[in-house]
Design a protein around this ligand. Structure first.
Ligand SMILES: [Zn+2]
Length: 81
């Protein structure tokens, strides 16, 4: 794939052209890059139905429940030993 600005070869698929420094590829390509990013991998975020605030609140709640369970298990383990 060549740079869309200066037509310099971009065989390694750099996001920014190494020759002219501009964005080497089209928007379609950047969306694919996004889907391969950390956020794109996550399936627990429903962008369309859940607002970011609601999502954060849910994650915080889940984390508290998980931590409470960890401590419960540790206390149980300690009492066995
Ligand atoms: Zn270029």
């Amino acid at each position: 794939m060549n740079c869309k600005h200066c037509e310099a070869p971009n065989r390694e698929g750099w996001f920014y052209c190494k020759t002219c420094g501009k964005r080497a590829s089209s928007r379609k390509f950047t969306n694919i890059m996004f889907m391969r990013s950390e956020v794109g991998k996550r399936t627990d975020i429903e962008f369309s139905t859940t607002s970011m605030d609601k999502h954060i609140a849910k994650v915080t709640k889940d984390k508290k429940i998980r931590q409470a369970k960890v401590w419960e298990d540790r206390v149980r383990q300690a009492s066995i030993n």
